[in-house]
Design a protein around this ligand. Structure first.
Ligand code: HEM
Length: 406
C-alpha cells in the first residue's frame, strides 16, 4: 500500500490553451506513469473510467468542495460567492438530500419525453430564423436552444431570453479561478436572481389556468410541501438554468463538429430519430464538458493507494470516454459501437449528485439533431475553432460552419 502523496505521478499542465485544444494525448502520457492517477497544482486527478466509476459511484466518503473555489476567487459573501457556496450541489449532505428528494421525482424520463413537442417547436423556430443564412457560428446558434427550452418549461416571457443567455455566458466562466471576473459574475447572478424572484411572485399572484402544471408549478408546489424556502427555491431555479446551459450547448457544438467529419452519419440523422439516440450517446462518450471535484471526508483506500481525509480529487469525466483501456478504437466515432453497461460513459456523473437533467438533456440533443440535420445540409467548418478553458465547463469556443439550407 502506498499513500497518494508518495506516488510519482504525471503532472498535467491543464491551464494551458494547448492542453484545452487537445488534452487526450496528455492523459495517455499520464496513464503510462500511473493507471488511474495524475496530479495538477490544484490536486490529484482521477482520469481512468473504471476508477471514476468505482469512486464516484460509491461516494459516501466524498463531498463536493466549492468553499475552496470561493476562497481562491476571494468572493466570500458576494452575491455570486454566496450562491456558489450554497447552490444545490454544494449543500451539506443532509440539506442536499432533502432538496434532491423533493425535486428528483419531477425529472423523470417520462417528463423529458413529454417535453419533446416543446423542444421540436423551439428548434423549428430557431431554424426558421437561422437556417436560411447558410453560414453561422454553430456555437452561438446552439446557445439559444437550452435557454429557450428552459424559459418555456417555466413559463417565462420569451423576450427575457437574450439577457438570460448573456448572464449564463458570464456564469459559464465562473470556475476559471480568475478573481477579476467576480464583479461580472455578481452582476450576472443578480440579474438571474431578480428574474426568478419576479417569476415566482408573478406565478403565485396569477396561477396558470392550464390542466397540466408546468415545471415552475411543480417546483413551487414541491418547495412548499418539502419546506424549501424562497431563497433555496430561487437558487434552485438559477442552478437549473446554469447547469443545463453551457453543458448542453457545448455538447451540441462538439456533436456538430463530429457531424462535419461524418457526413453519412449526419445524413442518416435527418431520416431516423432513433438513430439520433445512438449518435448522441456516442457523442457524449467522445466528448463532454464536465469535470468535477470532491474532497475525501475519511481516509479511503482504492487499489492499494491510501487517500487521506481532506484530499482534493478531480474527476475528469470529460476525457474518460476515450479511455483506451475501456474502449477499443477509443478515438473512433462509431454510433453502432456495442455498449457495455459496466463501461458506460459518465458524462452525467455518478453517485449522489448525478445529473438531474440528464433525460431532458438527452431528449433535447436528440430532437435538436434530428431537425438540424433536415434543415442544414452538408455542413462543413469554415474557420478556426477556439477552445474554452480546461477543466471548467470545457468545449469548443466558436464553430463557424457553412451548409446548404433546406
Ligand atoms: C449535456 C448536458 C448536461 C451535462 C453533460 C450535464 C452534466 C452534469 C454532471 C456531470 C453533473 C454532476 C456534477 C458533479 O457530480 O459534481 C450534473 C449535475 C446536475 N445537473 Fe446536469 N448536465 C447536463 C444538462 C443538465 C440539464 C439540462 C439540467 C436541468 C434541466 C441539469 C441539471 C443538473 C442538476 C440539478 C445537477 C445537480 C444534481 C445534484 O447535485 O444532486 N443538467 N450535470
Amino acid at each position: 500500500m502506498q499513500r497518494i502523496d508518495e506516488l510519482d505521478l504525471y503532472r498535467l499542465d491543464w491551464d494551458s490553451p494547448a492542453f484545452a485544444a487537445n488534452p487526450w494525448p496528455e492523459f495517455e502520457k499520464a496513464r503510462a506513469q500511473h493507471p488511474w492517477l495524475a496530479v495538477t497544482d490544484a490536486g490529484y486527478v482521477v482520469f481512468e473510467l473504471k476508477a471514476i466509476r468505482d469512486l464516484l459511484g460509491n461516494d459516501e466518503h466524498l463531498t463536493p468542495s466549492f468553499d475552496a473555489i470561493v476562497e481562491i476567487m476571494d468572493c466570500q459573501g458576494s452575491p455570486w460567492g454566496r450562491f456558489a457556496a450554497e447552490q444545490m450541489i454544494a449543500l451539506p449532505e443532509r440539506e442536499h438530500k432533502l432538496l434532491r428528494e423533493t425535486f428528483a421525482a419531477k425529472f423523470t424520463p417520462r417528463y423529458a419525453n413529454q417535453l419533446r413537442p416543446l423542444m421540436r417547436e423551439i428548434m423549428a423556430g430557431l431554424l426558421a430564423e437561422w437556417s436560411p443564412r447558410g453560414r453561422i457560428d454553430f456555437e452561438e446558434f446552439a446557445s439559444y436552444y437550452p435557454v429557450s427550452v428552459m424559459t418555456r418549461m417555466i413559463g417565462a416571457p420569451l423576450d427575457a431570453i437574450p439577457a438570460l443567455r448573456d448572464s449564463m455566458e458570464t456564469l459559464g466562466l465562473a470556475f476559471s479561478m480568475d478573481k477579476r471576473r467576480v464583479p461580472a459574475l455578481d452582476a450576472a447572478f443578480l440579474h438571474l436572481d431578480g428574474f426568478v424572484h419576479e417569476l415566482v411572485a408573478e406565478r403565485r399572484a396569477n396561477p396558470r389556468q392550464a390542466d397540466e402544471p408546468d415545471l415552475l408549478d411543480l417546483l413551487i408546489d414541491a418547495a412548499s410541501e418539502g419546506g424549501i424556502n424562497d431563497r433555496q427555491l430561487a437558487d434552485l431555479l438559477i442552478f437549473l438554468f446554469v447547469a443545463g446551459y453551457d453543458t448542453s450547448k457545448n455538447v451540441f457544438t462538439y456533436m456538430m463538429h463530429l457531424m462535419t467529419e461524418n457526413p453519412a452519419i449526419y445524413a442518416r440523422c435527418a431520416e431516423d430519430l432513433d438513430y439520433c439516440r445512438k449518435v448522441v450517446e456516442e457523442s457524449l462518450r467522445m466528448f463532454n464538458p464536465a469535470s468535477t471535484n470532491r474532497v475525501t471526508t475519511a481516509d479511503i483506500t482504492y487499489r492499494d493507494v491510501l487517500i487521506p481525509k481532506g484530499t482534493v480529487l478531480f474527476f475528469t469525466l470529460n476525457v474518460s470516454g476515450r479511455d483506451t483501456t475501456a474502449f477499443p478504437d477509443a478515438q473512433t466515432f462509431d454510433p453502432d459501437r456495442p455498449i457495455d453497461p459496466a463501461k458506460r460513459h459518465v458524462a452525467f456523473g455518478l453517485g449522489r449528485h448525478m445529473c438531474l437533467g440528464q433525460y431532458i438533456a438527452r431528449a433535447q440533443l436528440q430532437e435538436g439533431l434530428h431537425l438540424i440535420a433536415q434543415h442544414m445540409r452538408n455542413p462543413h467548418e469554415v474557420g478556426e475553432k477556439g477552445w474554452r478553458p480546461y477543466p471548467g465547463v470545457w468545449g469548443i469556443n466558436g464553430l463557424p460552419i457553412a451548409y446548404e439550407p433546406a
